[in-house]
Ligand binder design. Structure first.
Ligand code: 2M8
Length: 414
C-alpha cells in the first residue's frame, strides 16, 4: 500500500521480498539460506499481504503442498539443489518431490493465515477453505508425535527455530558425535563465523540428523530412541496460540471446532509442566533425563504470544530488557552463556519480537508493545533488513536483505 508519506524503507522492504522471490517461494536470504524455510515463508507471506495478496497466498499454498502424509509440514523444502547450503537434500536422505527435511518448525501458520484472511476476507476465503484441513492435520501431528509428555518436544534443535540457544545445551551434551563422518560447512563461508553456531553444535546437529535419516524420519523412533529430545517453551506457546487462531478459522468456516478446543486445553495444561518454580520462568527440560535447563530465553516470553503470563515471568522480562538497549535478547544478558552476537545465544530477533508484541497487544500491555516496536524499528532504520542484531549496541548480524525482517517492517514495526 503506497501513500504520499510513505517511508522509503517500505519500498526497500518490498524489494527485499521480491529480490528473494524464487518463483512461488521466498528464500530467507541469498547464499546463506537458498531454500524455502517453513516459518520464514509464513512471515514472507504476511509481508506480501501488504502489497500483493495473490502472491501471499501462493507462498502459503506452496509451503503446504509439501505437507507429509503424517500431517507434518517440513522445515525446509529444497526446491532447487544449491551447493551454497549444507546439509542439503542428500544428507537428509529426502525421498519426496520436491525433497524436504524430515523435521518441522514453529507453527506460526494458523496465526499468520488468519491475519492474511483478515486483511482481505474475500480473496482469502477460498484459501482458508483449502488450508483449514491441512492446518488441522499439522496441529494433530504436533499433538500426536511431539506432545506425548504435555508440552511440545523437539527432536532436533533446528526444529525449534532457535537453533543454538542455551536452552538446548544439556540435551546437546548427551549427543554422541560421529568422528568418522567428515563434513564441510557452508554457512561460515557466507557470514562471520563468530556469529554462527560452533563446530561443537554442528557436530551434534549432524549426528542427530544421521540418526533421523537412519530411521527414515520415523516420528516414533525419533521420539523414543533419538539422541536428543527436549521440551521447548517456544514451540509450545506458538502452537498454543496457533490453536486459538485455528479455532477462529474453523468458526469463520462454520466447522465444528470442539476437537480443536480439547487439544488446545490439553496443550495449555501441558505447558504448565514447563514452569520452573525455583527460577520463575518457563524452562526447557530434557525428556530423557527429566533435568531442567535452568535457562531463560526468548522462548519463555512467547508465553505472551499465547496470552499466558505470570508475575515472576514479568519480573524477568523487565529485568533482562533493562540490561540491553534493544529488546528482546534471545538469552539472559546476566547469564555467563550470553553472547550478544552469536546467533540465538543473545542477539535480538525482530521476528520473535513481532510475535511477543502480538501477545503484548492482546494483553493490553500497550506501553511495552510500543517500546518493543520502536526499538525494533530503530534497529532496522539504522542498519537495514538483517537477520538479527546485537541487543547491546544494535550492530546488524548474520545475513543481509533478510526476508522475515523486511516482512515485519511492512506488517508491524515500519
Ligand atoms: C536458521 O536455521 C537454519 C537451519 O534450519 C540454519 O541455521 O541453517 C534459524 O534461524 C531458523 O529459525 C530459520 O528459520 C532459518 C532460516 O532463516 O535459519
Amino acid at each position: 500500500m503506497t501513500s504520499a508519506i510513505e517511508n522509503p524503507l517500505d519500498q526497500a522492504a518490498r524489494d527485499v521480498l521480491l529480490g528473494n522471490d524464487r518463483g512461488g517461494y521466498t528464500i530467507p536470504t541469498a547464499r546463506l539460506y537458498p531454500y524455502q524455510w517453513n516459518w520464514d515463508s509464513m512471515f514472507s507471506a504476511w509481508g506480501y499481504g501488504t502489497f500483493d495478496m495473490a502472491r501471499a497466498w501462493q507462498e502459503v499454498d506452496l509451503l503446504f503442498s509439501s505437507q507429509w502424509d503424517t500431517g507434518m509440514v517440513p522445515h525446509i523444502i529444497f526446491h532447487n539443489p544449491d551447493p551454497d547450503y549444507f546439509p542439503g537434500p542428500g544428507v537428509w536422505g529426502a525421498t519426496q518431490t520436491p525433497p524436504t527435511s524430515g523435521i518441522s518448525q514453529p507453527p506460526v501458520a494458523a496465526t499468520l493465515i488468519l491475519k492474511l484472511y483478515e486483511m482481505d476476507p474475500k480473496a482469502g476465503l477460498p484459501h482458508l477453505k483449502t488450508l483449514y484441513p491441512k492446518l488441522v492435520a499439522w496441529h494433530a501431528w504436533w499433538m500426536r508425535e511431539r506432545c506425548k509428555d504435555g508440552p511440545v518436544a523437539i527432536i532436533h534443535p533446528w526444529e525449534s527455530g532457535r537453533d543454538n540457544c542455551p536452552d538446548w545445551d544439556i540435551g546437546m551434551e548427551g549427543v554422541q558425535i560421529n568422528e568418522d563422518d567428515p563434513y564441510t560447512r557452508r554457512d561460515t563461508g557466507h557470514v562471520n563465523a563468530d556469529e554462527r553456531p560452533l563446530k561443537w553444535d554442528y557436530d551434534r546437529y549432524l549426528a542427530i540428523l544421521a540418526f533421523g535419516r537412519s530411521v527414515h524420519w520415523n516420528d516414533r523412533a525419533m521420539y523414543e530412541d533419538g539422541p536428543f529430545l527436549m521440551a521447548d517453551p517456544g514451540i509450545t506457546f506458538v502452537l498454543l496460540r496457533a490453536f486459538s487462531d485455528l479455532i477462529e478459522i474453523g468458526r469463520i468456516l462454520g466447522e465444528d471446532t470442539a476437537d480443536l478446543s480439547a487439544q488446545h486445553d490439553q496443550l495449555r495444561e501441558g505447558a504448565s509442566k514447563l514452569w520452573n518454580a525455583e527460577k520463575g520462568w518457563f524452562d526447557a527440560y530434557d525428556l530423557r533425563t527429566g533435568q531442567s535447563a535452568n535457562v531463560l530465553g526468548s522462548g519463555a516470553f512467547l508465553a505472551y504470544f499465547a496470552g499466558v503470563s505470570r508475575p515472576a515471568l514479568d519480573a524477568h522480562f523487565a529485568r533482562i530488557w533493562d540490561k540491553v538497549a534493544f529488546g528482546v535478547p534471545s538469552a539472559d544478558p546476566e547469564s555467563e552463556r550470553f553472547d550478544p552476537r552469536r546467533y540465538w545465544r543473545g542477539p535480538t530477533w525482530p521476528v520473535v519480537n513481532s510475535l511477543i508484541a502480538m501477545g503484548l497487544t492482546d494483553m493490553g500491555r500497550n506501553e511495552a508493545e510500543t517500546r518493543l516496536r520502536n526499538e525494533t524499528a530503530a534497529l532496522i532504520e539504522a542498519g537495514g533488513f538483517w537477520e538479527y542484531y546485537d541487543p547491546m549496541d544494535g550492530t546488524p548480524c548474520g545475513g543481509a536483505s533478510f526476508g522475515w525482517t523486511a516482512a515485519i517492517w511492512l506488517t508491524w514495526c515500519g
